[in-house]
Design a protein around this ligand. Structure first.
Ligand code: 2F8
Ligand code: CA
Length: 307
């Protein structure tokens, strides 16, 4: 009997281990590469090299380079498995610092990377090929940094822990009064970049659905005084509303009107479209809405709503 119980216990342990591995194999779009103890994500929506680099950075990773043969092999396998319609994928290798001197983003020279050039490459067409793609066979080609391609991001295992807000990003705090998690970013970005930063953290620009939530955001903003905000005007923080048609039709990032969302509390005398370019939504330190130019950088608040 004891022997049988031991057998069942071993089976249970084995089952739990398999499930854990299964769960560990894929998280937030990333796949675990055992041989490299690193996580890779293939973004199939094409982006320019610098946008790809930024997106990986905002996810807490880097635009990945085939630093070892294990990573190079994993990249080829992921490209083969993907639903990508294009052949070439950006990697973190570039010659933007010194033309012709290709290196990874952390400065490892080409000679120390697992890179094989395709025949006749690199050829620096029009003197404008400072970025590098690989194809499914793992062969590299120098290309323009400005034409969009899919891309690989890499994250280290230490940055893959999912917190109670359901994201691997740090800085999110659960607010019991609304059930959402929030993070105020102190490094200012323009409204679209702010939205991108929130999405990279599996969040969205905060949407105010009640007076209570406006109060919550006011308190979160108050906890970060002016002198702590790193850049941008510390009196405003971007949130997830915008005048999408630039004619006063304010919508949330989920496409609802402000009354539909449950909150349309504008700060006194707002929206005033000061300077004629205020088509994105912010809050003032009173927790109420203010229209603000989309292209000027501000601190911003991301939100993760419970699933
Ligand atoms: O708070 C009043 C007013 O302050 C500024 O304009 C002078 C804001 N815009 C910028 O700082 C660019 C306005 O959005 C705001 O209404
Ligand atoms: Ca305004």
């Amino acid at each position: 009997m004891a022997k049988r119980r031991g057998y069942h216990f071993a089976l249970l342990v084995y089952f739990l281990m398999c499930t854990a591995q299964e769960l560990a194999a894929s998280r937030a779009g990333y796949e675990y590469i055992v041989e490299a103890d690193a996580w890779l994500r293939l973004h199939i929506v094409p982006a320019t090299w610098s946008d790809a680099r930024l997106r990986c950075h905002l996810e807490g990773g880097v635009l990945a380079s085939p630093t070892t043969t294990a990573i190079a092999t994993a990249m080829s396998a992921m490209m083969a498995d993907s639903k990508m319609t294009t052949r070439f994928v950006f990697i973190g290798v570039h010659a933007l610092i010194s033309k012709g001197d290709f290196m990874s983003l952390d400065g490892v020279p080409l000679a120390n990377l697992s890179i094989r050039w395709r025949e006749w490459e690199p050829n620096n067409v029009k003197n404008n090929e400072d970025c590098v793609t690989i194809d499914g066979a793992g062969e590299a080609n120098d290309v323009s940094c400005d034409s969009p391609h899919p891309y690989f991001c890499r994250k280290e295992t230490a940055k893959m822990t999912v917190n109670k807000c359901g994201t691997t990003a740090d800085g999110y705090k659960l607010e019991p009064r609304t059930g959402s998690c929030y993070k105020l970013h102190r490094l200012a970005r323009n409204w679209h970049r702010a939205a991108m930063a929130c999405h990279a953290e599996e969040a969205h620009l905060a949407v105010i659905n009640s007076n209570l939530e406006s109060q919550v955001l006011k308190e979160i903003f108050a906890a970060v005084p002016n002198n702590v905000i790193k850049s941008g005007d510390p009196n405003f923080a971007f949130v997830g509303v915008w005048d999408w048609n630039e004619h006063g039709e304010w919508l949330t990032v989920f496409g609802e009107s402000l009354p539909e969302a449950g909150f349309d509390g504008w700060s006194p005398n707002e929206p005033n479209n000061a300077g004629g370019q205020e088509f994105c939504g912010s809050i003032k330190r009173d927790g109420l809405l203010n229209d603000y130019p989309c292209l000027i950088r501000l601190p911003f608040i991301c939100e993760i709503t419970p699933k």
